[in-house]
Each structure stands twice: as C-alpha cells, then as structure tokens.
Design a protein around this ligand. Structure first.
Ligand SMILES: NC(=O)c1ccc[n+]([C@@H]2O[C@H](COP(=O)([O-])OP(=O)(O)OC[C@H]3O[C@@H](n4cnc5c(N)ncnc54)[C@H](OP(=O)(O)O)[C@@H]3O)[C@@H](O)[C@H]2O)c1
Length: 304
C-alpha cells in the first residue's frame, strides 16, 4: 500500500498524480481511463491547474473523480488557454501567422504568447479563475490552492487577504505556491511548497510537494562495479529498468516524511510498475545505511 500523509486533516497518498498532460477532446476517454487506473493503484492526490492539458485537464479530472475521496490541488496565476484543447496557445491564436514565420521567429512569438498568460494575479482574474476551476472540477472546495509561478511582487496584501478569506470559509483547506523551478526559485506562500525536486529542502512547517523525480532522472547507461555492489546491498537487480527509478523514488520519499511526490505518465502500467519498484518498508522506516547507500548510487550517476 502507498504510504499516506495527512493533508489538512485528510489522509492521502504520498505519491500524487500530476495532471499536466491530461488532455481532453479526442483524448478525453483515454485520459479518463488513466485517472481511473491511477485511482485503482491507490493514488489519492491529484495536482492540476487551469492551463493543464491545453486547458482541459480540470474538466477531465472533475468528471473522472466524481465522488471519490481524494485530495485535489489547483492553482491560480496562469490563465487557461483562450481556445482550450487546441494544440498550444500560440498555435490557437497565431496558427496562420506562425505558418509563415521562420521556425526560430515562430518559437519566439509562441513563447511571448505563453508568457502573456502568466502572472495573472489581479483579484478579478483570481476570483474568476478559481470559480471556474471549482465548476470544472465539480467541487465546492479544494484541498489546496497554489499560486502558479508567482513572483514575490505578485503576492500583494489584497491577494493574501482574498485567499486567506477563502481559506477561512473552507473553499480551500490549504494555501501554497508552486513552481517548475527548484526550491530556491519558489516564491514562498502559505503551507504548501511545490517545486522541482533536488536535495535542497525548505523550512519546516510546510508540506513539500515535489515533482520532476522521473523527468530529470539521469539515464543509466551502465552501472559501475561499485554501484552493482551497492545495488546488491539493497537487493536490487541492475538489469531491471525500474531499479533506478525505484531507488530515486524511495530515496525522495524517505528523505522527507512530510512530502508528496508527484509523478506523471500517459501509461498507467508504467505508474503501477513504478509503485511496485518503491521500497515501502524503507519509505516508512528508513535506516541510515540504506539511505546512504541509495544516496551513493544516485550521486554517483552523472546527470545527463
Ligand atoms: N508550477 C508547478 O506547480 C508545477 C511545475 C511542474 C510540474 N508540476 C506538476 O508535477 C507533475 C509532474 O511533473 P513531471 O511531468 O515533471 O513529473 P515526472 O513524473 O517526474 O516526469 C514525467 C516524465 O517521466 C516519464 N516517466 C514516467 N514513468 C517513468 C519511469 N518509471 N522512469 C522514467 N521516466 C518515467 C514520463 O514519460 P511517459 O509519459 O512516457 O511515461 C514523463 O515524460 C505535473 O504534471 C504537474 O502536475 C507542477
């Protein structure tokens, strides 16, 4: 069974599902099956945002979760694409123009359009965005509401007052901040700190939610003899392709017992295999020797 954590009074799984690529439209049925499969595996924590899945991830998640007892986190600050489901914001807005631009120029325009959807922390936008998120998620509350890629200047007194009022009224159990960057690039806010995992950690008193453990996992071309010895100490098979990911996940989960690790894949079997490759005994009772062996294996792997 997946280790559990208390998230604002609600027990949830320490491995969460990241809904960044949960697409709707012609992919809606497959995305629904993916969420159902993930639930069957025992994952109970879901991270989404208005902009995810080309603007359709919240719709898919809301329909698939229905009355499931899960924890759901969404965000404010990056606008949903104006034409959800169309491949990419820039293409939706500028498709015909982009088609006539050289590739490099087209990429620059596309980036400019994407960055225009960021930094939407004005009160009017935040109120509208959260109301629409709740409607799409088919919930009257969420378990956490995060500022999505906020800069320090975005966190105004007015915004803080609005969000803490929502928290007091129970519209969100927790508040927090989320970034695709590492912890040092996070604008801290509230009780949840979501960032890309590295060995850094944040101050006590927050729930760390980390992502990117799989995405940034360096590829192992060949284990060194020292690593093979270390793997034997942990009872791991160097030939198993999931050995590396299993150790990385075990290590990250064991390192901070008050954290959630987000994973994402389009393939539910891959997530199932990953969960089986995690050493749950070590996660709940990490020993110094096993942790340092795992750390040695991981730090001896060159980042690609
Ligand atoms: N601002 C923020 O708060 C913020 C920023 C970034 C991310 N996030 C959240 O974090 C979630 C996860 O982020 P992420 O996509 O970077 O997470 P991730 O789970 O570390 O990376 C996903 C990638 O890893 C691959 N993968 C899946 N299983 C694997 C395995 N066993 N071994 C090796 N690779 C594997 C997936 O490929 P396949 O699909 O081919 O399996 C996919 O390309 C996002 O969906 C989002 O919810 C939040």
């Amino acid at each position: 069974m997946i280790a559990q954590i208390n998230f604002a009074g609600v027990p949830t799984s320490r491995v969460g599902f990241g809904c960044g690529r949960l697409n709707g439209g012609i992919h809606a049925a497959a995305s629904s099956r993916l969420v159902e499969g993930v639930l069957k595996l025992g994952i109970r924590h879901f991270d989404v945002a208005p902009a995810y899945g080309m603007g359709l991830a919240e719709d898919v998640l809301g329909a698939a979760l229905a009355n499931e007892a899960v924890t759901v986190v969404t965000k404010v600050g990056i606008a949903r694409p104006p034409q959800p489901g169309v491949k990419g914001v820039a293409q939706a807005l500028l498709g015909p123009v982009l088609a006539h631009l050289p590739a490099v120029k087209a990429r620059l325009v596309s980036k400019a359009v994407q960055s225009a959807s960021r930094g939407q922390f004005g009160l009017e936008h935040v109120e509208k965005s959260f109301a629409e998120s709740l409607r799409r998620l088919r919930r009257d509350r969420v378990d956490a509401l995060l500022l999505h890629e906020a800069a320090p200047a975005d966190v105004t007194a007015e915004l803080t007052a609005l969000l803490t009022d929502w928290q007091a009224k129970g519209r969100t159990a927790l508040l927090g901040s989320g970034t695709g960057k590492v912890a040092s690039g996070l604008t801290k806010f509230g009780e949840v700190a979501q960032y890309r995992w590295t060995s850094e950690s944040l101050a006590e008193g927050v729930i760390d939610v980390v992502h990117g453990v799989l995405r940034y996992l360096p590829k192992v071309v060949e284990w060194t003899p020292e690593q093979v010895d270390d793997l034997a100490l942990l009872g791991r098979d160097p030939a198993d392709p999931l050995t590396h990911a299993g150790i990385a996940m075990t290590r990250v989960l064991a390192l901070n017992p008050h954290s959630i690790v987000l994973v994402s894949s389009r393939n539910v079997n891959r997530i199932g295999a990953l969960l089986r490759a995690i050493d749950w005994v070590l996660v709940s009772e990490p020993t110094e020797t096993s942790c340092s062996t795992m750390q040695r294996i991981l730090s001896n792997i060159a980042v690609s």
